[in-house]
Write a protein that binds this ligand. Structure first.
Ligand SMILES: NC(=O)c1ccc[n+]([C@@H]2O[C@H](COP(=O)([O-])OP(=O)(O)OC[C@H]3O[C@@H](n4cnc5c(N)ncnc54)[C@H](O)[C@@H]3O)[C@@H](O)[C@H]2O)c1
Length: 277
């Protein structure tokens, strides 16, 4: 590991599973201390226990829709580790690609409020709770964005709109918090995680992991240029380290790094141009 985050302190929302947990593990391996925040106490306890040095990890049970819980998590982090260098705004839910024509008006009414309040308001409230401490350390915010921040059909209208909104939020906060605090994003492609759906669509117990079927040898390759691109969240953590490390990315703010197997350079006739090579 690089030690790029030696002595740094990070708060990671949704750190109990998926990419948030993988980032927590990677940040500790890079020398940081972390607070993992989430709704599921047992999950968070497991993350802390499993780290090589549990004394460099703290857990905060909170919902990202609750400003008091977020402020308490920031205070506890600073009390325990003395500072806050990085906020990783990450907790989110998915809409299981539920398209407009498969949603009733009532479902849209309820699911929009639930999904946007976690995916978008949760990021903004986390930033509100953290910015004062980040100003003190000239720290940064790294947001988990998505291929759905740029392209269609990674979600339905609710998720795609929420992740486009997060891209706008990242850019606006990068302007507002400069020059003291940098704000960037990592736009992840499909990952095998425990990503859940909204309670209001009765999708809270469904996990995206189940959507990744076992690939057959004769199946068409995934429709992205890097067909063999990993879906293991651990392979998506490098850009988070880069963007959090002030010595490595000091002049970068307001940017999203896409980690999606090349969706933006997908071809019309064939996703990849070099299959014959
Ligand atoms: N899995 C993918 O394919 C994928 C692709 C692109 C982007 N993302 C994004 O990655 C982020 C993390 O999701 P993941 O895929 O690791 O799924 P995940 O479910 O494994 O992790 C999300 C974590 O957030 C927590 N959480 C959910 N709602 C919360 C709330 N209201 N308050 C506090 N914690 C809450 C969950 O308990 C969970 O621990 C999300 O923003 C998601 O949109 C995921």
């Amino acid at each position: 590991m690089s030690g790029w985050l030696d002595g740094d302190v990070a708060l990671i929302t949704g750190g109990g599973s998926g990419i948030g947990r993988a980032v927590a593990e990677r940040f500790v391996a890079e020398g940081a201390a972390v607070t993992v925040l989430g709704r599921d106490e047992e999950q968070l306890r497991d993350v802390v226990r499993s780290l090589p040095d549990p004394s460099r990890a703290h857990m905060a049970v909170a919902d990202v829709r609750d400003p008091a819980g977020l402020h308490a998590a920031v205070s506890e982090t600073v009390e325990r580790f003395g500072r806050l260098d990085t906020l990783v705004a990450n907790a989110g839910i998915w809409d299981y690609q539920r398209q407009l024509t498969r949603l009733t008006a009532g479902e849209i009414d309820a699911a929009f409020d639930e999904l946007f309040s976690i995916n978008v308001k949760g990021y903004l409230l986390s930033a509100e709770a953290a910015w004062r401490e980040l100003v003190k350390t000239r720290g940064s915010i790294v947001m988990t964005l998505s291929n759905s921040s740029f392209y269609v059909n990674g979600g339905g209208p609710l998720y795609t709109a929420s992740k486009h909104a997060c891209l706008g939020l990242m850019r606006e906060l990068a302007y507002e918090l400069a020059p003291k605090v940098r704000v960037n994003g990592v736009a992840c492609g499909g990952m095998r995680t425990d990503l859940r759906g909204p309670e209001s669509l009765a999708l809270q117990d469904r996990s995206i992991e189940a959507s990744f079927g076992k690939r057959r040898d004769d199946a068409a390759p995934p429709p992205i240029p890097l067909h063999d691109s990993s879906t293991d969240p651990h392979d998506f953590t490098g850009p988070y380290v880069l963007l959090a490390a002030r010595d490595q990315s000091g002049p970068i703010t307001g940017q999203a790094i896409s980690v999606d197997g090349g969706i933006g350079v997908r071809g019309f006739a064939r996703p990849a141009g070099g299959d014959h090579l």
